[in-house]
Ligand binder design. Structure first.
Ligand SMILES: O=C(O)COP(=O)(O)O
Length: 219
């Protein structure tokens, strides 16, 4: 029986890629560096914003000072422009609502910085009763470290066996494995089915409706 579903945010609940790309390109251009195509950002996102900046910077410019400058310009732009193009994936609001109606506990575990994670969840899913909305926080290791999952299990009072973790990247599948939790990889996000399987996805789904069916067989 599954009683808790933990969701990744970027590429799983929300398609955030355009806003992330626009704000990172803004920061790159403020720093005098070349921009990237939106499609490239699908491979830059997933390990938190410091890693996003490192990957976006030219190879010989990847240093602490440039990452700090990128962070400043990015946050200035993204803080006010993070809901311009971002949308929930088709079927996600219905999936969350149906799970909540069936008394399944819901939580978010993201590598996006905490304030951004909370703002987007509140803006797009304000009516969904998430028991925990956790992003990247100072001093807490990012996914694939399992600490974020362990924190959510503690808040929920639910065991590993009763938990499902859902995400769109190899990092997400590794996180679930490291936490000893069953994983479902989703193919509507930023990464390929191959990446999900290579990183130990227990199951892979192509539509939110499939996840709902999978869950209803396990309630
Ligand atoms: O900000 C990121 O790197 C991605 O965050 P995610 O963990 O929600 O995919």
């Amino acid at each position: 029986m599954k009683k808790l579903v933990i969701f990744d945010l970027d590429g799983t609940l929300l398609n955030t890629i355009d806003d992330l790309a626009v704000s990172t390109n803004f920061a790159l251009s403020c720093c005098g560096f070349p921009e990237h195509k939106v499609s490239q950002y699908k491979y830059f996102v997933g390990n938190g914003i410091a890693k996003l900046f490192e990957r976006a910077l030219p190879e010989n410019e990847r240093n602490e000072q440039n990452i700090a400058r990128m962070r400043m310009y990015f946050l200035e732009h993204y803080t006010v422009n993070n809901t311009c193009h971002t949308v929930p994936y088709d079927g996600i609001p219905d999936l969350l609502r149906s799970l909540a109606d069936q008394d399944v506990k819901l939580a978010v575990a993201s590598n996006k910085y905490q304030q951004g994670t909370e703002k987007l969840i509140d803006y797009y899913f304000g009516d969904i009763p998430f028991i925990a909305v956790l992003g990247q926080r100072e001093g807490v290791p990012v996914k694939p470290d399992p600490v974020i999952i362990e924190e959510i299990l503690g808040v929920a009072g639910i065991s590993r066996d009763e938990t499902l973790y859902t995400g769109d990247s190899g990092v997400d599948m590794q996180t679930a494995k490291n936490a000893g939790v069953e994983s479902v990889g989703v193919t509507w996000g930023f990464r390929s089915k191959g990446e999900l399987l290579e990183n130990g996805a227990c199951h892979v789904v192509d539509y939110p409706g499939e996840l709902l069916k999978y869950m209803s067989e396990r309630l």
